[in-house]
Design a protein around this ligand. Sequence first.
Ligand SMILES: [Zn+2]
Length: 44
Amino acid sequence: MVAVTEREEVRWYECEKCGLLFDVKEDAEQHEANCDAEEPSYIQ
Ligand SMILES: [Zn+2]
C-alpha cells in the first residue's frame, strides 16, 4: 500500500516497504509491487 505525504505543497507517494518517494502514484505502485524490501522486524 502506497502512502501519501505532502511536503511544501507537493504530494509524494511513498513505498511503505523501503520508504522510496515518487511524484507519480502509478510509479510508486509499480515499484512497490516489485519492491524487494521486507519488514525490518522480520529480518531481525
Ligand atoms: Zn520499495
